[in-house]
Design a protein around this ligand. Sequence first.
Ligand code: NI
Length: 225
Amino acid sequence: MLLHIPQVLSKAQVAALRAELAAHAWVDGVQTSGAQAASLKQNLQFPPDSPAFAGLAQCVADALARHPLFVSAVLPRQMLPPMFNCYQGGGRYGNHVDNALQRDRFSGDQVRTDVSTTVFLSEPDEYDGGELIVEDTYGEHEIKLEAGDAIIYPATSLHRVEPVTRGARIASFLWTQSRVRDAWQRKMLFDLDMTILKLRHDLGDSEEVVSLTGTYHNLLRQWAD
Ligand code: NI
């Protein structure tokens, strides 16, 4: 499931993050990827060993963890620290699938990457190109969102970032291990949760709404680990 999550960060939060990101030197993105990715990836990455990194990453992680749509759709068990990248001057990232396991640089934990998230930090009119293209069974989806908005997609998806031919595309990205490993089960839980919310809004806590809510929790009990 691809899901657009609007306004994860306010414009003021985006501006503050951008100012802090611009105040430090960035490194070649190849330094933070494996051998295969190195031949596909042309971008800059904010160095995770920078003293500023932890605070910036926490700001993005907190905003996502507080967002009800993110929580419902991802059912996060463990989020890896958000990282930051910049594509400019023709920079791109060719088709790839993200590594299945990533080490959390702070806790040392191995985290299974179930859900990928990109939070856009540049406005669409600041750059040309730079679309995130995600392939699924329905074809290719082209994503370019307002600054502060996020997209989530299954980390199992083949995806790429198109070359940026003008300006700079700055974004934050991260992986999350979900409490529900299977993407289809996560989608069904999300659809049920959204439907219950709407029914509760329309009907209040009717007997049927309470019953459906019980079903949601019992499914979660079946599938969560
Ligand atoms: Ni990727």
